[in-house]
Design a protein around this ligand. Structure first.
Ligand code: SF4
Length: 309
């Protein structure tokens, strides 16, 4: 064992948000009520350990509605779906349960309202992310998706005086501020709701900023396709220290940590807490450690699991 001891600082808050807890509980409740298999369109949340665990229990994750036999139960993921998907599921004779996070559903209501009132719609977000695809698909008109400042600078609106934007829930708050500034400067009449970054994204980003002031390197537990986990890694890096996104302890490379006196650990909103504990245990197996949990709690938010009908 290396005698170079480490201080581990664990961020707070971190890990599961209310929308993820609700989505997982919805799948588990469906398995309990109807037995296996229960089909889920796309990953219920973006975490490979959560997916593997639910697969062991009998969930089947599919990329397309065509992969689900008629009459079976289909759960829509926490990221939400378009109207077209809802309609197709009906046509295919599927029974559906909607595990869309209520905070995403509230953004659906905003864009639907924009559409009803004839607004041109801009979504600040990543075009291929299922949440953005679902939100864009709630309306009949075409929408503009802007993912960075350069795209905001080159955006062309047909009716800038009657336009509005929403933001993806899991973006970096700092990126949103920069993009909003450009949109508001170029299209002074553009309407916005307040930022749609959700409480969990915001709180975890605030915590990782504080964490980055105290440590030499940050490990973010989360899957590669998890938007909010990627943003946590970027936020830590923007604070000037190296940060790594890891699915679990087996992804850690000792050379990332060897020169660090203090190591920060956090987890994205879809990453289970046992993985954080395993990361701490892994570090403690390599070096003598002291462990400290940052102060910081978030208001307890709870969403009832989706009704199964
Ligand atoms: S990250 Fe936010 S929007 Fe996404 S599921 Fe969690 S609470 Fe809902």
């Amino acid at each position: 064992m290396d005698t170079n001891s480490k201080e581990i600082v664990v961020a707070s808050p971190r890990g599961f948000c209310a929308g993820v807890v609700r989505a997982i509980a919805t799948v588990e409740n469906a398995l309990e009520k109807y037995g296996r298999p229960v089909y889920v369109l796309h990953e219920i949340v973006h975490n490979k350990h959560v997916i593997a665990n639910l697969e062991r229990k009998g969930a089947v994750f599919v990329q397309s509605l065509e992969d689900i036999p008629s009459g079976e139960l289909c759960i829509f993921s926490a990221h939400g779906v378009s109207r077209e998907i809802e309609k197709k599921a009906q046509e295919y004779g599927l029974r559906t349960v909607d595990a869309t996070c209520p905070l995403v559903s509230s953004i659906h209501r905003i864009v639907e309202n924009y559409d009803r009132n004839g607004y041109e719609i801009v979504i600040i977000g990543h075009p291929k992310h299922p949440e953005v695809e679902g939100t864009a698909g709630r309306v009949n008109c075409s929408v503009h998706v802007v993912s960075n400042v350069a795209e905001a600078e080159s955006l062309t609106l047909k009716q800038p005086e009657k336009s509005g934007f929403v933001t993806q829930t899991t973006l970096s708050q700092d990126d949103i501020v920069r993009i909003r500034e450009v949109l508001s400067r170029r299209f002074p009449s553009i309407r916005s709701s307040k930022s749609n970054t959700c409480y969990a994204t915001q709180n975890r980003q605030d915590a990782v900023k504080k964490l980055a002031q105290k440590v030499d390197v940050v490990l973010v537990v989360g899957s590669k396709n998890s938007s909010n986990s990627n943003r946590l890694r970027e936020v830590a890096e923007e604070s000037g220290i190296p940060a790594y996104l890891i699915d679990d302890a087996s992804d850690i490379e000792a050379n990332w940590l060897v020169d660090a006196g203090a190591i920060g650990v956090t987890a994205g909103a879809s990453a289970p807490e046992n993985l954080v504990n395993e990361v701490v245990d892994w570090i403690a197996e390599q070096w003598p450690v002291t462990l400290q949990e940052m102060e910081g709690e978030e208001k307890k938010i709870f969403f009832k699991p989706a009704a199964l009908g």
